[in-house]
Design a protein around this ligand. Sequence first.
Ligand code: NAD
Length: 497
Amino acid sequence: MSVNTSREVTSKSDATTMLKIRSFINGEFVEPSNGQWLDNYDPAVGEVFSQVADSPREDVDRAVAAASLASREWSRLAIEGRSNWLNKIADGIQERSAELAAAECRDSGKPLKLARDFEIPRAAQNFRFFASLIAGSSTSAHDSPIALNITLAQPWGVGGTISPWNLPLYLFTWKVAPALAAGNCVVAKPSEVTPYTASLLGEICQSVGLPPGVLNIVQGSGGTTGQALVEHPGIRAVSFTGGTATGAKIAAATAPLFKKVSLELGGKNPNIIFADCDFEKMLATTFRSSFQNQGQICLCGSRILVERSIYERFRDAFVSLTERARVGDPLDESSDLGAVVSRPHQQKILAAIERAKQEGGRVLTGGTAVNVPGRCANGWFVAPTIIENLAQSCSTNQQEIFGPVVTLQPFDNEPEALSLANDVPYGLSATVWTSDVNRALRVAEQVQTGVVWVNGWLVRDLRTPFGGMKESGVGREGGLDSLEFWTQKKNICLCRN
Ligand code: NAD
């Protein structure tokens, strides 16, 4: 059955209504063909507020068939044509930005102001950025007395994208926009935990008149819909962002099919603080890099390494700053932290804190769930938590928690700081705080991460490569790296007589 909106509100009982979030296939919103739906929660109130399609393999097949058909025209569009479509989608996001921010907040529990001021504007920017990047792209040629070689970058046809729940529309569009810009049609799966804004993006595509099949959004769980997507023979390139364990499954499923795969995975990022840093700037930024979005950002600096001479000063100031933070209703402008994304995730974070205590950790602040009175009394909140006195080798310092939990470790000198920073299986990002530019460069060059910030955090230029080393991923996204991922090179050799 097809309907022209993602959201049919049906009566669940006399007292309540239930939002239904469908897949968007070939320009239409469709029910899951197996009739299966998943409950979708508002984590701030701890209640189901919608149901999302759990699309089976047959629905993924239909989406791939639609994308494959649409790609014949889309891949032949002049660059200006694709660029215009991407800008129209960006306009649509901006026009509905208040609604998108409210939906993101409800789906994920994040503070409304974070979605409104940071994430939804970035989703529009993702489309605008790649719209202008392709407008300036060129084809390379190599000339010689015997032949002229022309190298084309051709789209794959149909691309598959899979994204996580922590920055739902921001990361969904970070994959979809370059794939479309490069001339692919796309089958995209958002997280089943936060499906709402991707569905609204489908409505935006419909309202701006994007040709059917160019962007298809299949809603559903990882094991069902996601697995069908990565295994589909019609999808030659898959871009994934999510946990390292899921990345390993996707690598295993796609390797025998020889697909091109990009994996953006988890992190256990060091925040390395030297005594000669700008203390106040470092302190304020470290609060954000620890607890923004309840610590549920892959780039959060969850291991804070502090030069011993300022360890106690930093610890006391950081604990005091954190104790002044407000955990509260995500709709309240004064809330610094909202809810974590789900009840199982809240339990996982609290269990990690208990394990840290068993490992000898001293909880300096936080360490518990938070009861927010009123509307959010049954919501899933966790206090920002700071732990010290843990060994480098313990699980708390080795495994990603992905919540508002950081550890503090003192170090005596630069080699020790580097040794602690690098002694984890992950390698996504690092932050270095120092006023010595030579030391900044030395440390940045030796730290084993794909991204390093010096005297800042989460400062992004979309032209730069983004991605992880070691178990944090394979490949880079951003700028020309994204366009390169979404195309394959073909060399045409024109031989001279
Ligand atoms: P997850 O791995 O559980 O899920 C991510 C996506 O993969 C979801 O859409 C899910 O449905 C899908 N999925 C799950 N199993 C699958 C399977 N077998 N086949 C195909 N798809 C499957 O991750 P999450 O809990 O949604 O997100 C949190 C993780 O994402 C954290 O580890 C975080 O560090 C990581 N992350 C990384 C980056 C980055 O850029 N490196 C950015 C954001 C989040």
